[in-house]
Design a protein around this ligand. Structure first.
Ligand code: COA
Length: 162
């Protein structure tokens, strides 16, 4: 059984804010993606995601730089987190957790019952973040991701909101 979903944990609003992704943000987002992942999304996937998905960016107020993003998709009453990423220079400061909880609030706004995501089996930091937020491991997609050694499994995770 799932543990209770986490409550809102806001980011430090004096230093950061979140807004929807725009076309003009893509170059900056893509440069973060290339630094944060060994094998991340292509520029084209980000472009497609602007039309079909809901994307949010975390911005540092004083510099106006993008320091993180979360991309999600609502399918009826399911909320899918497709990508969540914090710029490597800003990781491990609680921002990923803040962005994740922001997305969970969005899922509640859309009256979604469940939140789903997939994560590389080797990404223990992200898996711990999701477990702490109440996600459960619900399956494995064998050889789902390209990796430096060939292919890698995806761990499927789910959080029930109601
Ligand atoms: C996964 C990611 C979004 C986490 O964001 P973050 O801002 O670094 O994480 P936070 O500081 O909010 O920490 C949240 C939790 O993650 C884990 N964590 C984060 N950094 C960690 C580190 N260096 N070592 C161990 N655990 C770590 C911890 O469980 C932490 O909780 P705690 O602070 O209560 O111990 C970020 O590391 C990232 O963007 N990684 C590259 C992209 C990626 O892998 N995205 C996930 C794809 S599914």
């Amino acid at each position: 059984m799932n543990s209770p979903a986490p409550n809102r944990q806001s980011l430090n609003n004096e230093q950061y804010f979140i807004r929807n992704i725009r076309q003009t943000d893509l170059d900056e987002i893509y440069s973060i993606e290339k630094r944060a992942y060994k094998k991340g999304w292509s520029y084209g996937i980000f472009q497609q995601s602007l039309t079909s998905n809901r994307g949010f960016i975390l911005i540092r107020r004083d510099t106006d730089n993008i320091i993180g993003y979360g991309i999600s998709q609502v399918i009826v009453d399911e909320f899918h987190i497709l990508n969540i990423c914090i710029h490597p220079d800003y990781q491990h400061q609680g921002l990923g957790k803040g962005l994740l909880y922001f997305l969970l609030d969005k899922a509640r706004e859309f009256s979604c019952k469940d939140v789903f995501l997939e994560v590389r089996a080797s990404n223990l930091i992200a898996i711990q973040l999701y477990l702490d937020a109440g996600f459960n491991e619900v399956g494995v997609r064998k050889n789902y991701y390209p990796s430096e050694k060939g292919r890698e499994d995806a761990c499927q995770m789910c959080l029930s909101l109601f």
